[in-house]
Write a protein that binds this ligand. Sequence first.
Ligand code: 5GP
Ligand code: ZN
Length: 108
Amino acid sequence: MSTDCIFCKIVNGVIPAKRIYEDDDVIVINDIKPMAKVHFLIVPKLHVETLKDCDVTHQTLLGKVLLLAPKLAAEQSLSGFKTLINTGREGGQEVFHIHAHVFGGGKV
Ligand code: 5GP
Ligand code: ZN
């Protein structure tokens, strides 16, 4: 938990956001500025800044994030989708709490 992190605030309910999925390890929310008809974010509850900060102790969590993508995409009737994890400022990351984007259904 990082007190100045927007996704930690969402995870902890300090900032409200509709969760399209939640379990002990992750929440899934629709992106506030969708870049596709379907655009959601799979966000681990654990505050880890970037993929570069992950090691073998995060392996199960990262696997869980990836495996949720097809499951939740299917629930939204997508037969295919794109996934994206921006890493670091140079990698286009804006929110420094690791998350995977899932896009589908064509452009907004
Ligand atoms: P990044 O560039 O870090 O991979 O993407 C961060 C994403 O988080 C952006 O697509 C942005 O629109 C989204 N985002 C930023 N703040 C909020 C928020 O308060 N709520 C939601 N649902 N999405 C957010
Ligand atoms: Zn955080």
